[in-house]
Ligand binder design. Structure first.
Ligand code: UGA
Length: 345
């Protein structure tokens, strides 16, 4: 099998390519702006990497969409601060550039596995979000946070419509707060543009306050990346074509925690880490308003829990890693990286 992964150096891409090269005989073609997360994969004989921008290297992409059996377009801006501060960039990259890829998959009859997002459910009031029955609830237009959700949702609908017309073989995946090594760059966290776990780890390293937005009562279900990759591998293999025409939530409903609980748990793990057990002091945990943290275009999701009944039934998948272990692995990897780069405060 030949696979094209755009955004291969990203959080999901780098973990996926490593797993494929280790466990399968597939050939992987990958593009990204950077290669810093790829490690040994870069030199693997079955991995062909081009450093470049998907908005520029259009011919290379079209050629490889034609040549490959399956495409995973993982390029996207996926941090809430960017949705609020750079909404047009989010639309151009996450929607426009990816629409072009979708259309080329239609043109060449190439299978696509598209990363939708847990964000598409927005402020859905249901306890468990279901791929095929849940209502999607977004805020008003001036709440620019929703541009990502809306861009992803519209692409989901476009892909679905091509599928209905028999023009596209697709699967959509909805990751629910995946965490793990290389989640975001610590430098991005310095700019305030990273997801919550990376942000808190940076705060702990820098001994600066951990900031709970609006008290940190909002809940998420944190999913360990390697569990998510297990599911993705089955989707790529597609036994009995079980994944065709389906949307799958990929999350861990057992790992639900409020942002406040997350902050205390991470600080506790940090305090017990061998490199930090003797630190003279640790980050405070404080509360800030959403307006102060993100600006006025932000709106939050109070609770976001996936139903994973479909992934279990059709793919035989269950997540295995509990919250504490997932955070421990993630923290250990970030601290090892920070130490290696001599990166402290
Ligand atoms: C994320 C992002 O939109 C995407 O990465 C992705 O599509 C999706 O969720 C997912 O991974 O499922 P969200 O969970 O809101 O959205 O993003 P985070 O930045 O990780 O924030 C989680 C919560 O922590 C939010 O309520 C946020 O306000 C809070 N937070 C964040 C803090 O309280 N303090 C901080 O310093 C940072």
């Amino acid at each position: 099998m030949k696979i094209l992964i755009l955004g291969v150096n990203g959080f999901i891409g780098n973990a996926l390519v490593r797993r494929i090269l280790q466990n399968r005989d597939w050939e992987v073609f990958g593009m990204d702006l950077h290669s810093n997360k790829l490690g040994d994969s870069l030199h693997h004989p079955r991995f062909h990497f081009l450093e470049g921008d998907i908005a520029i290297n259009k011919e290379w992409i079209e050629y490889h969409i034609k040549k490959c059996d399956v495409v995973l377009p993982l390029v996207a801006i996926a941090t809430p601060m960017a949705y609020v501060k750079k909404p047009l960039l989010v639309f151009e990259l996450d929607f426009e550039e990816n629409l072009r890829i979708v259309r080329q998959c239609v043109k060449y009859g190439t299978r696509i596995i598209f990363p939708s997002s847990s964000e598409v459910y927005g402020m859905c009031p249901e306890e468990f979000f279901d791929e095929d029955t849940s209502t999607m609830v977004l805020g008003p237009i001036h709440k620019q946070r929703w541009i990502y959700s809306c861009s992803k949702q519209l692409l989901d609908r476009v892909i679905w419509a091509y599928g209905q017309e028999g023009k596209l073989q697709f699967t959509m995946i909805r990751p629910f707060n995946w965490i793990g090594p290389k989640l975001d760059d610590l430098d991005a966290a310095k700019e305030g543009s990273s997801r919550v776990v990376t942000q808190f780890i940076l705060n702990l390293l820098q001994k600066e306050p951990i900031r709970l937005v609006d008290g940190g009562f909002q809940k998420r279900c944190f999913t360990y990346v390697e569990d998510g990759i297990d599911c993705l591998m089955t989707i790529i293999e597609n036994p009995g074509q079980a994944a065709d025409g389906q949307i799958f939530n990929i999350g861990n409903p057992q790992n639900e925690a409020s942002v406040k609980d997350l902050a205390y748990l991470l600080r506790d793990l940090f305090r017990h880490h061998p490199d930090h057990v003797h630190d003279s002091h640790y980050s405070q945990i404080i509360e800030v308003t959403a307006d102060d943290y993100y600006g006025q275009g932000y709106q939050d999701i109070t609770s976001r829990k996936p139903s994973i009944e479909k992934a279990s039934r059709l793919l035989g998948w269950e997540p295995k890693t509990d919250l504490r272990t997932s955070l421990q692995f993630t923290l250990d990897a970030f601290l090892a990286e920070a130490k290696e780069k001599n990166w402290e405060s």
